[in-house]
Write a protein that binds this ligand. Structure first.
Ligand code: AMP
Length: 210
């Protein structure tokens, strides 16, 4: 199955993607995680992306389309995948179509902006492996320590309140039009994001099983 998770930053699409990925044994491909890894490694792509990420802006389409093209050609993607954070603009969605990739379902997780702003301030990510936690909704077993790799949990610099407002504005302007794009293709399914992660997961899995 080839699935896209749409939604504003902080709507919980990354968490849902990880859970569904395990259930269906298909990889999650997160452009945000790939870019952050490149940034950490200091690759030319990472250096190019830094200013955009820090300002809460989108990295240029040609860069992310290149990343996706390379990643989806890898062996583990041949039986399906979940896209988390891609596409984020109409040209990115068109590029995916032009690659001949047929998406089965697009799950849009909807959460009001006010809830998102509150949630992102409590989000913590692992400095080492990028796994995501929340101080109220998805606590690690030991405070400040990643369950998966033991790395230190930190607040992402682009989760700072002023950057979050910019990211939400960018989402409404550039990414939200994708709902109409996929609705026209008959692939859009909407999930109302719930307070508890497992309640959102139940709604998501129900839609995927239909
Ligand atoms: P995320 O972790 O998905 O919120 O992504 C973090 C940041 O990476 C975004 O704010 C963008 O600057 C960049 N990014 C990730 N995915 C994309 C994409 N599909 N298009 C453009 N920029 C992206």
């Amino acid at each position: 199955m080839k699935i896209i998770f749409l939604g504003a930053p902080g709507a919980g699409k990354g968490t849902q993607a990880e859970i569904v990925s395990e259930r269906l044994s298909i990889p999650t491909v997160s452009t945000g995680n790939i870019i952050r890894a490149a940034l950490k490694d200091g690759t030319p792509m990472g250096l190019k992306a830094r200013a955009y990420i820090e300002a809460g802006e989108l990295v240029p389409d040609d860069v992310v389309i290149g990343i996706i093209q390379e990643r989806l050609a890898e062996d583990d993607c041949k039986n399906g995948f979940i896209l988390d954070g891609f596409p984020r603009t109409i040209p990115q969605a068109e590029a995916l179509d032009a690659m001949g990739i047929v998406i089965d379902k697009v799950i849009d997780i909807e959460v009001p902006d006010e809830t998102i702003a509150r949630r992102l301030s409590g989000r913590r990510v692992c400095k080492n492996c990028g796994n995501s936690y929340h101080i109220d909704y998805k606590k690690p077993s030991v405070e400040g320590v990643c369950d998966a790799c033991g790395g230190e949990l930190i607040l992402r610099s682009d989760d700072a309140p002023e950057t979050v407002l910019e990211r939400l504005a960018v989402y409404h302007e550039k990414t939200e039009p994708l709902k109409a794009y996929y609705e026209k293709q008959g692939k859009l399914f909407i999930v109302e994001g719930q307070e508890q992660v497992e309640d959102t997961t139940a709604l998501t899995l129900k839609l995927l099983e239909e």
